[in-house]
Write a protein that binds this ligand. Structure first.
Ligand code: DHB
Ligand code: MG
Length: 226
């Protein structure tokens, strides 16, 4: 079992259920499990999505027939591989990573997974890289430093079109999101993000809590109405 980011009393059960469903419905090939080992060896935090979450992202890509996916926060490319493999033949994931060492590991992981040709990793701070990107993207997955979520949402809106989808990871944070007195910059970032989702007339959004091998967390899904 991986070390959950936000453990709870039933963390072992949550992880066992993730194992059960991922073995049945989201089996990982060697490239995916090797990617997780490579990330751990490189000293990255185990913030990768779980297999069932990766499969969910892949299904979103398929349901939308997405061709242009933007990921903010590559880490070691685990979610990148799930999404890249689900793309239409000419599709591409553009993924932004601030740390060049992590970006290199991610690129190697994508090569080993046979999808490097579908992945464009841009190295730099997302706030520097985003202004240089050309949209529109069909799907944006926001999964980088949480204090900047509000900035990333503004860019996601600039870089999408009516009908696009924006997903924001890690918005529950073991329940910390409801602490209105929190001074944790991550909590402040996801709370402001959620308030922006609520207030923006261009967006139609929801938030789903998850338990699993990463503990208790959750994500938002937003439809861009235009
Ligand atoms: C954290 C960040 C992530 O992207 C994630 O998936 C899990 C946890 C974090 O900052 O704690
Ligand atoms: Mg995440």
């Amino acid at each position: 079992m991986r070390t959950p980011n936000y453990p709870g009393a039933d963390a072992h059960k949550w992880a066992a259920v993730d194992d059960y469903f991922s073995e049945l419905l989201a089996p990982q090939d060697e490239a995916l499990t090797n990617a997780l080992s490579a990330n751990a060896e490189a000293g990255m935090p185990s913030h990768d999505v779980s297999a069932v979450q990766g499969k969910f992202l892949a299904l979103l890509v398929k349901l939308m027939g997405a061709r242009h996916v933007l990921e903010i926060g590559t880490l070691g490319g685990y979610s990148t591989i799930w999404m890249a493999r689900a793309l239409k033949p000419e599709g591409r994931v553009t993924s932004i990573e601030i740390d060049p060492l992590r970006a290199n590991v991610a690129l190697e992981n994508c090569r080993a997974a046979g999808c490097a040709d579908k992945v464009d990793i841009r190295v730099g701070a997302a706030s520097d890289v985003l202004p240089r990107l050309e949209g529109p993207f069909d799907l944006v997955f926001i999964d980088a430093d949480k204090p900047n979520n509000p900035v990333y949402l503004e860019w996601a809106l600039k870089l999408t079109r009516p009908g696009s989808v924006i997903v924001g990871d890690n918005v529950v944070r073991g329940g910390a999101v409801v602490d209105r007195r929190s001074t944790d910059p991550n909590v402040l970032g996801v709370r402001r993000f959620a308030e922006m989702l609520a207030a923006d007339p261009r967006l139609d959004s929801t938030a789903l809590q998850t338990v699993g091998e990463k503990g208790w967390d959750g994500f938002t899904v937003s439809f861009v109405k235009g």
